[in-house]
Design a protein around this ligand. Structure first.
Ligand code: SF4
Length: 151
């Protein structure tokens, strides 16, 4: 199994995210949302045996146990063309500065249920930042994160 081999190779931790299909890809190469959730039920169980860098809240989101909204600006991407908006996956514009990207992008337009290209997205770049921004809202989540940090 891949995770066992990675552990044997001395990999410190595992970060997981599902690939997803969207209009621009055209072909049916990726799993649909419900298939992703079923697959990640198994991955969640594996996270109890292997060291995962993905947070437990994100893993629960991937297996359909909790809801998260996307935070597209949470993991900004810069490439040779500039700051890429709105996210790592979708490119609607590039800006010369981070400030311009933040100020000129209409962030309300993006996310599941808002832009059809986001329809199947469950990528860590958009949803792990939401875990971080919401962590202080629940003592249960705080406790779970403490245990995860210590594991
Ligand atoms: S839902 Fe996915 S594709 Fe859409 S803005 Fe968020 S990270 Fe980007």
């Amino acid at each position: 199994m891949l995770f066992s081999q990675l552990q044997d190779l001395g990999v410190d931790g595992i970060l997981v995210a599902p690939g997803f299909g969207y209009e621009a890809v055209g072909e049916k190469l990726f799993l649909e949302k419900r298939e992703i959730e079923r697959k990640f039920e198994q991955v969640y169980e594996m996270s109890k045996r292997f060291r995962f860098y993905s947070t437990p809240m994100y893993l629960k989101f991937l297996k359909g146990e909790r809801q998260l909204e996307c935070t597209p600006w949470g993991n900004p991407t810069r490439n040779p063309q500039g700051w890429k908006a709105p996210c790592y996956l979708i490119t609607d514009a590039h800006y010369p500065t981070y400030r311009e990207m933040m100020e000129k992008t209409d962030w309300e337009k993006y996310g599941v249920g808002k832009d059809p290209r986001c329809g199947q997205c469950m990528m860590h770049c958009g949803f792990e930042p939401t875990v971080v921004s919401e962590i202080g809202k629940s003592w249960k989540d705080i406790w779970e994160m403490i245990l995860w940090e210590l594991s």
